[in-house]
Design a binder for this molecule. Structure first.
Ligand code: AMP
Ligand code: MG
Length: 479
């Protein structure tokens, strides 16, 4: 890959294998057959100082058939708690870290090729990703980014005619995932539980040097991870995102949304919504996410106990609830056109959530309907509610609260409430088109999701709610 501006520096570095020997296996990608472009994310490419149009070298390297200069592909070793149960046998089983690319500001981005073939950590898997789940990851990560929610990004998606067996036959694809770091909570857990404290220390050092330069030591690093995780989950809860597989191996040390599998955004407001059909107990139900993230942070704390004293670990964990609550309140307040929130506003927000949940109102449209009107016009929405009186009481309270704001809440609320939302049924319709070789609807949906707050006539279809009788195809981890 060449830069969009001439530069004599080598394109890729491979500092992870250089700095962290003993934490990975070197593996070459296995090419997919007859690769072709499904999507090149030119908006992200521009940000990374990559060409706006990809060349044939990029197609080869990002479909596993070639290598960019300077890359040294590896499969990272990690472990984790899956549905609460310790599993030491994890690692990159179907993805490889290719290397780190530096953007125009010198910021390094890891390129991870998802679906690159078998590795020593594949266990019984085939090392492949399918087109369906790769499209879901592409759409979701770009939607999250546009909503301001920390996330890994998707740079490229390449399809193939290689058959892959899942619940039914599908086709293999490769997704290039980009983020400053792919280190998971499970990396620390593996080296702690396999009694390799020096490797835990090396990982902490690597994180401090490259990703947390503002932290002076392991205790500050842990504290920062707690705060980032709390803010991330507040974002998920404010925007109705359900991850579905919050195992510790799917938790990013950077506090980004990571490893998109059977995720879903809420349609109707259902607090105990479960998006992963293998999660029969609802461990990862929407409303449980804040406590699950805390449980995961406790696992990380244990894994760091050789590096951080127990008082500091406890102090870090104690920050979680406050940071979460504060951030959630701020985000929800902004969605309602409010700033400078205080404890008293909590009731206003929870009453709204109760109202939406008791009537199963569409989560996103309900917010946007308020945002698109001045408070005097909210009477127009009275008929949408079965319990009209409850809505009238609530909207009067919000209208009164808005009078105490010194800025106009309408532009603020419109900039915080998406018109175009990632919905399971719309993603599925785009996937059906893609399976037939047509990627036009995927590109259109992606554009709408990349500008979610903008209302455009041609994007109308991307804000539609699912039909009443819509039955989502079951989503599981096995994609
Ligand atoms: P995930 O459910 O994607 O978070 O993956 C959990 C573990 O299973 C990780 O160690 C993955 O690398 C591995 N894995 C998932 N799918 C495959 C696959 N198709 N082939 C090999 N390993 C896989
Ligand atoms: Mg995973």
């Amino acid at each position: 890959m060449t830069r969009s501006t001439p530069d004599s520096a080598p394109a890729f570095d491979s500092r992870y294998p250089r700095e962290l020997p003993g934490t990975f296996e070197r593996v070459m990608p296995t090419a997919i057959t007859n690769p072709h472009w499904v999507c090149w994310n030119s908006a992200l490419a521009e940000q990374l100082n990559l060409p706006i149009e990809p060349d044939d070298d990029a197609l080869r390297a990002l479909s596993g058939a070639g290598l960019f200069a300077g890359t040294d592909p590896i499969a990272e070793k990690y472990a984790g708690h899956q549905f609460g149960v310790w599993n030491p046998d994890l690692g990159d089983g179907r993805g490889l870290l290719l290397g780190e690319w530096s953007d125009a500001d010198g910021r390094a981005w890891e390129f991870h090729l998802k679906g690159a073939g078998k590795t020593p950590f594949s266990r019984f898997g085939d090392g492949r990703a399918v087109l369906r789940s790769s499209i879901r990851e592409l759409l979701a990560s770009e939607a999250m980014h546009a909503l301001g929610i920390p996330t890994t990004r998707a740079l490229a998606l390449i399809g193939s005619d290689e058959p892959v067996q899942r619940e039914r036959m599908e086709s293999a694809a490769m997704l290039t995932r980009v983020t400053p770091s792919h280190i998971r909570f499970g990396h620390f857990e593996w080296f702690a539980y396999s009694n390799q404290p020096d490797q835990v220390a090396a990982l902490v050092e690597h994180c401090l040097t490259h990703h947390f330069p503002q932290c002076r030591n392991a205790a500050e690093f842990f504290n920062e991870v707690v705060e980032r995780t709390a803010r991330l989950i507040a974002h998920w809860m404010a925007y109705g995102f359900c991850h579905g597989v919050m195992n510790t191996d799917n938790m990013s040390i950077l506090g980004e949304t990571f490893d998109y599998g059977p995720y879903a955004f809420l349609d109707a407001t259902i607090p105990d919504f479960i998006c992963n059909h293998t999660d029969a107990q609802g461990r990862y139900a929407f409303h449980r996410q804040p406590e699950v993230a805390f449980w995961n942070l406790q696992c990380l704390a244990q894994a760091l106990s050789s590096q951080v004293g127990s008082a500091d670990l406890k102090a870090g964990l104690n920050r979680y609830a406050d940071v979460y609550n504060q951030h959630f309140l701020t985000l929800m307040g902004e969605r309602l056109g409010l700033t400078q929130l205080d404890e008293r506003d909590q009731e206003l927000i929870s009453d709204w959530m109760h109202l939406l949940a008791s009537e199963r109102r569409d989560y996103h449209h309900s917010f946007r309907a308020l945002a698109d009107r001045d408070p005097q016009q909210w009477t127009e929405l009275d008929d949408d509610f079965i319990d009209r009186a409850a809505f009238q009481r609530w909207r009067s309270a919000l209208a009164e609260r808005r009078l105490r704001e010194d800025r106009n809440g309408v532009p603020l609320a419109q900039s915080r409430n998406p018109v175009s939302v990632l919905r399971t049924h719309l993603a599925q319709s785009v996937i059906e088109d893609a399976k037939k070789g047509s990627y036009a609807s995927l590109k259109e949906y992606l554009s709408a999701l990349q500008s979610p707050f903008e209302r455009r006539e041609q994007w109308h279809v991307w804000s539609e709610t699912p039909p009443e009788d819509y039955q989502a195809a079951p989503l599981s981890c096995s994609s």
